[in-house]
Design a protein around this ligand. Structure first.
Ligand code: ADP
Ligand code: MG
Length: 353
């Protein structure tokens, strides 16, 4: 196991509460075009009962990371290295049988599209009851009662009759609730929510987010919340990880990262976000350039080809030397701490107002 040094005055990154601890995770896919480095040296922690937000442009490795945590990658074409410690047990080396026992029980997942999780051929009630029977040994009758209880919890009206409906008889928002009921039926310690509200309208989205917060309070679930919506993240997360090109470029509490971001990529993300209450047609400042190829990632800092501040760093460090992300509150960037602060205050912050 990797030993972590505790910096004085800084919170230790892995305390007794660190339920999930991912260390130097690398996930590679062999494809016809070559090796895709989808996750490239990623480390993070999730505390029990807390929410870790993961943000980043599409293709930055958010979903692959979390599917790997669940062991849902194709073992044939995928190489996984590093550690995924769940209560100290390494899931990277755990046998598939053990992962199967964990999934839906200790660790569960909800997706953007509930139809990837719900089968059209079985009633909603049966799909909630089945994992409950499998993991707890409950009888059919008990499991049906539990399904009705869960449908009530997630706010489905007339749960006693709705339990016998098929997914197509539910609206989109109700299907999302049913999927949450299915994910939480065994009271998991960790819930992975991968863009769970992206497809929903704003009102339903707000209801689902409130529901997740309530359920987290009730069950003490640790949540990994993946989104590209910084507004949603500021509402949901305790800690935040900003991903770029399969790596973490910035980490900290959600307040710290959103109020005093230290990485040029995070500055770009914040600048490209519409202001609250602003006219959405107002021109935003999207980050120039496009996300890097993961087949042939840039040398040095993966963000350097799109970064406006490489000129501030002496020599060609940005294009030759990979910046590391320290522990705790950190940004993987060669700018000095003073430069990060003064550029943010002088150049970035005025644009965010
Ligand atoms: N099975 C796979 N084979 C090859 N490449 C993949 C596979 N799954 C994902 N990728 C690639 O890995 C990268 C990260 O994908 P993903 O984690 O889905 O991004 P995100 O969720 O951040 O949008 C993308 O470039 C994607 O094309
Ligand atoms: Mg994704």
């Amino acid at each position: 196991m990797t030993t972590l040094t505790k910096t004085e005055g800084e919170k230790a990154p892995t305390g007794p509460d660190s339920f999930l601890s991912v260390r130097d995770l690398r996930v590679r896919f062999s494809t016809e075009d070559g090796i895709v480095k989808a996750v490239d040296g990623l480390s993070f922690d999730v505390e029990r009962g807390k929410t870790l937000g993961i943000v980043g442009e599409s293709g930055s490795g958010k979903s692959v990371t979390n599917l790997t945590v669940l062991g849902l990658h194709n073992p044939k074409s995928t190489t996984v290295e590093g550690e995924i410690l769940l209560e100290g047990r390494d899931l990277v080396t755990a046998p598939e049988k053990e992962l199967e026992k964990l999934r839906g029980n200790k660790v569960a997942m909800i997706f953007q599209d509930p139809l990837t999780a719900l089968s059209p051929y079985y009633t909603v009630g049966r799909q909630i009851a089945e994992p409950y029977m499998k993991h707890t040994g409950a009888s059919k009758k008990e499991a049906r009662a539990r399904a009705i209880e869960m449908l009530t919890k997630v706010g489905i009206p007339q749960p006693e009759s709705r339990v016998d409906d098929y997914p197509h008889q539910f609206s989109g928002g109700m299907r999302q609730r049913a999927m949450i009921a299915m994910a939480l039926v065994c009271d998991p310690d960790l819930l992975i929510a991968d863009e769970p509200t992206t497809a929903l309208d704003v009102t339903v989205q707000a209801q689902i987010l409130d529901l997740l917060k309530d359920l987290q309070q009730e069950f003490g679930t640790g949540i990994i919340f993946i989104t590209h919506d910084l507004g949603v993240i500021s509402d949901m997360a305790d800690d935040l990880l900003v991903m770029y090109s399969g790596r973490a470029v910035e980490r900290g509490s959600v307040r710290e990262v959103l109020r005093q971001p230290k990485h040029p990529y995070t500055w770009g993300l914040l600048s490209s976000m519409p202001r609250l209450g602003a006219d959405v047609s107002q021109a935003l400042n999207p980050i120039p350039g496009s996300p890097p190829s993961l087949l042939n990632p840039p040398s040095g800092c993966p963000f350097h080809p799109r970064c406006a501040f490489t000129g501030e760093v002496p020599g060609d460090r940005c294009s030759t030397e990979r910046p590391s992300l320290g522990e705790g509150r950190a940004a993987a960037c060669h700018l000095t701490a003073e430069q990060k602060q003064s550029i943010f205050i002088d150049t970035i912050q005025p644009r965010l107002r």
